[in-house]
Design a protein around this ligand. Structure first.
Ligand SMILES: Nc1ncnc2c1ncn2[C@@H]1O[C@H](COP(=O)(O)OP(=O)(O)OP(=O)(O)O)[C@@H](O)[C@H]1O
Ligand SMILES: O=C(O)C1=C[C@@H](O)[C@@H](O)[C@H](O)C1
Ligand SMILES: [Mg+2]
Length: 163
């Protein structure tokens, strides 16, 4: 089967849901953020602080294009859709699932987060970033699941019912 790519904003649950979806389908799971950290030998906050966001986006594109296009669930980073090249690649190669999550819900989920450099950057307007990205997530998605107030098991069931 075609690989399943989970997309959505920080805190939408891509990493969490990917594990459970892969388990349900009995296929492997990958996460582009984890692959970037493994390949670079650095954490995401280190890459952002030492090399900058542009360098992170370059690594992210290279990692995305190396992901297996069959039999895998792949959690992506929240900004994977920022590059047109990535959007084109996702549309061509994957079954893309958008975990749509409201601003209020995202704020609740990430209240204690310290690992997401953009979330923790006081000069970034996160609400504006979400608003700007929503149309890009929708542009590439084959399936959209609303996640507010639902647990990962329910979200997985809804994904499977739409496949
Ligand atoms: N459906 C859910 N309901 C409540 N909390 C959730 C749900 N899904 C994930 N969470 C929690 O929200 C936080 C963020 O989840 P997760 O890391 O899976 O998001 P993500 O979409 O992978 O974010 P990122 O884009 O930064 O990688 C975690 O603390 C996780 O436990
Ligand atoms: O939304 C984003 O731009 C990001 C989300 C995370 O998954 C990581 O990819 C990184 O922290 C950037
Ligand atoms: Mg994640």
């Amino acid at each position: 089967m075609q690989s399943l790519y989970l997309i959505g904003f920080m805190g939408s649950g891509k990493t969490t849901v990917a594990v459970e979806l892969a388990e349900a389908l009995q296929i492997q799971v990958l996460d582009t953020d984890q692959l970037i950290e493994e390949e670079s030998g650095k954490t995401i906050p280190q890459i952002f602080s030492k090399e900058g966001e542009a360098s992170f986006r370059e690594l992210e594109m290279l990692v995305l294009k190396k992901t297996p296009v069959t039999d895998t669930v792949i959690a992506t980073g929240g900004g994977i859709i920022e590059r047109g090249e990535n959007r084109d690649w996702l549309k061509k190669n994957g079954l893309v699932i958008f975990l749509e999550t409201s601003w209020d819900e995202i704020q609740k989920r990430l209240i204690d987060d310290v690992a997401r450099p953009l979330w923790n950057n006081q000069s970034t307007d996160k609400k504006a970033l979400l608003d700007r990205r929503v149309s890009k997530y929708k542009e590439v998605s084959d399936i959209i699941v609303q996640t507010d107030g639902k647990n990962p098991t329910t979200i997985v069931k809804e994904i499977l019912s739409q496949m």
